[in-house]
Design a binder for this molecule. Structure first.
Ligand code: SF4
Length: 266
């Protein structure tokens, strides 16, 4: 792969998580004098509200404005709205909220801000793939954007190292980590199938659990998997457990649509 040249555009996709915050920092340090580095966020209403506070802090830390990119069809950027309109919360090929609020929002931003092709010369993408996510980054480069700069992987920064980096920089991480969620995604992320995850949501955010249970029953989406069988959230035993929360493989919500659910239950 070639490397960025003077005047190229680098879009850093910031998802309000520690990894993409550090990815933005490293990109600005390395390419800020050479390229036009744009830091862009796709908001989702169902994320914890403290994510917005973190975004403002990161903006000050980076010294750049973080751009807001949302799908013009969904100006409220509400996943609940997407699920109602699309008639489901999780389909075999992926979650409709990722497609509508991340992928299509990103495509609209690219169309408005990048002359030429976002896959072509003069344009680069940076995602928050940590050093432990090399397979995912490789797959992403193969299937979505070959012009992706793996800045965290090259720096050997894992997601945990990114978390420590922002703490050492004096930033207060998003509250969602303190609440023991595996990432800064929406509370009650519909890509999760783990009973451990959903019972954690039930305990920490009972109102979100109740809302997801009601909507998923109404729309016929069985979000949780127990003993290899999909069941409705309102059927989940409050004592059911899968893998420990800390071991769930749940990367930050893909700005480039994840085709498969990412959290697996045992
Ligand atoms: S974090 Fe989960 S619920 Fe939120 S937009 Fe992404 S896939 Fe949907």
């Amino acid at each position: 792969m070639s490397s960025p040249k003077e005047g190229d555009i680098i879009a850093v996709w910031f998802s309000c998580g520690a990894a993409s915050a550090v990815a933005a920092k490293l990109t600005l340090e390395r390419y800020g004098n050479l390229c036009e580095v744009r830091v862009v966020n796709n908001p989702v209403m169902e994320e914890d509200e403290d994510n917005r506070r973190f975004l403002a802090d990161v903006q000050d830390w980076l010294g750049v404005t973080i751009e807001d990119a949302r799908n013009s069809k969904y100006p409220n950027a509400s996943a609940e709205e997407v699920w109602d309109i699309r008639g489901g919360m999780s389909f075999p090929h992926g979650a409709p909220c990722t497609v509508s609020l991340k992928k299509e929002a990103r495509q609209q931003w690219e169309a408005a801000n990048i002359s030429g092709s976002p896959m072509g010369p003069g344009c680069w993408h940076v995602m928050g793939f940590g050093a432990e996510e090399q397979d995912r980054a490789r797959m992403f480069a193969l299937t979505e954007r070959s012009n992706t700069l793996p800045v965290l992987i090259e720096a050997g920064m894992t997601r945990q190292a990114c978390y420590e980096y922002i703490v050492n920089a004096g930033l207060k991480p998003p509250r969602i980590y303190e609440l023991k969620y595996p990432n800064a995604n929406c509370v009650g992320c519909v890509k999760a199938t783990s009973p451990t995850y959903w019972n954690h949501v039930r305990k920490v955010h009972p109102e979100v659990f109740a809302s997801r249970a009601e909507q998923s029953r109404r729309l016929g989406s069985k979000l949780v998997r127990v003993n290899n069988e999909r069941i409705y959230l309102d059927e989940l035993d409050p004592a059911a457990k899968g893998r420990p929360l800390a071991s769930l493989q749940m990367p930050e919500c893909g700005l480039f649509c994840e085709e498969k659910p990412i959290a697996r239950a045992t």
